[in-house]
Design a protein around this ligand. Structure first.
Ligand SMILES: [Zn+2]
Length: 384
């Protein structure tokens, strides 16, 4: 605890240039006055909150299984559940009576799906968080203000407790930042491109401009993996340079889709694609929204940056803010695939075939989204 607090102070003070001067206590009027003026706790909380905002990545050590184990053993309800999981549940009739009035009810109905590792309780793959750690976990889930749906999606991959969904809804409802940037439904129709079977089969590129800063955005259609590069210049050659860096990491894409931005329609860009056998598809003129996936990624980035600026996080460098955002995005299950971009980026092996068919799942999802699409555009994103 103390170490964490000192670390946060160190982080905060890091940003100032200061001199240390020794003052005798009897001459140190200021300190004396302050120490004699009782101060309400709110101020302290305010300071703590600001410090928390300095950076979540380096903030307190993340919640560990060990801590959860210790807290589980101190949690009245969970120790009982743990005992039943280890030694067997009472008979059905006893369970029925127990579930009538007490807090064990949500666990009794899930008894067949509960297990434990050490003293950590699990519901399926999800770790059950003891009462006194729930607030901290909620804070963790709320990091970067992902909104209700995303918070629930992240929680589903990791943690559970009774009324978790209600707690999530409450925290978002009471958060000004979340409320102020609640995304408005998109006015452009969603164009479902066919979902590629492999990572980097098709990528979408675009530029995003925010407060005079330009970002090159690249999104892989298969995994939804996102790359965002802060660019000083947006010329063709600078764009190609950055794309080369990205391609060196993930391999050459088979197809790249862009709008008709000058950097993408130049002879230089065409020649770069040709030489590397990358098919370049431009979205139809006057219909930039066809570059659907990239447009959406741009919106996500803009929204995220706005959230962070609104959040008062401006002390962080642009690089740091972007890193925070990308880490969050890449490890959050995507609404279309149901998996995190990081999970889908992994290389395909023969064993990948044992997993349920995600392609089918994505196509079903897209079929639902198609209902909203502009009837003038066919499913390949071209005009009829
Ligand atoms: Zn929020």
């Amino acid at each position: 605890m103390a170490a964490g607090r000192i670390e946060r102070w160190a982080l905060l003070l890091n940003q100032y240039d200061y001199e240390i001067e020794y003052i005798k206590s009897e001459e140190n009027v200021l300190a004396d006055a302050l120490s004699r003026l009782p101060c309400k706790d709110e101020l302290q909380q305010d300071v703590e909150q600001k410090l928390y905002n300095v950076s979540v990545i380096e903030e307190d050590f993340p919640l560990t299984a060990k801590e959860i184990e210790n807290a589980t053993l101190k949690d009245e309800v969970l120790t009982t559940v743990l005992k039943y999981v280890k030694e067997g549940w009472p008979e059905k009739s006893v369970c029925n009576i127990m579930s009538e009035e007490n807090s064990l009810k949500p666990y009794i109905s899930k008894q067949l799906e509960l297990s434990c590792i050490g003293n950590c309780l699990l519901w399926g793959q999800r770790v059950i968080i003891p009462t006194n750690l729930r607030e901290r976990m909620l804070k963790e889930l709320h990091w970067e203000h992902p909104g209700i749906c995303q918070m629930k999606a992240i929680a589903r991959s990791y943690v559970w407790w009774p009324k978790l969904d209600v707690d999530i809804e409450m925290i978002v409802k009471n958060c000004q930042t979340c409320q102020s940037v609640r995304s408005t439904p998109p006015t452009t129709p969603l164009i479902p491109w066919k979902w590629p079977a492999r990572p980097f089969q098709r990528v979408h590129v675009d530029y995003c401009e925010k407060d005079g800063n330009n970002f090159l955005v690249l999104i892989d259609s298969h995994s939804k993996w996102l790359e965002v590069v802060h660019m000083k210049s947006t010329t063709s050659s600078r764009t190609i340079e950055e794309l080369k860096v990205i391609y060196s990491r993930y391999g050459l894409p088979e197809e790249v889709v862009s709008d008709n931005g000058p950097q993408f329609v130049s002879a230089e860009f065409e020649s770069f694609c040709d030489k590397n056998k990358i098919k370049h598809t431009c979205s139809p003129v006057y219909h930039a929204a066809t570059n659907g996936a990239a447009e959406r990624a741009v919106r996500v980035v803009k929204e995220a940056l706005t959230k962070q600026v609104l959040d008062g996080n401006s002390k962080l460098s642009m690089k740091h803010r972007l890193a925070n955002f990308l880490l969050k995005y890449r490890t959050t299950p995507h609404s279309t695939t149901g998996l995190t971009p990081a999970e889908l980026r992994k290389l395909r092996t023969r064993l990948s075939l044992v997993s349920p068919n995600i392609a089918q799942y994505v196509e079903e999802k897209q079929a639902q989204q198609k209902l909203y699409k502009d009837p003038k555009i066919n499913s390949e994103g071209n005009f009829n």
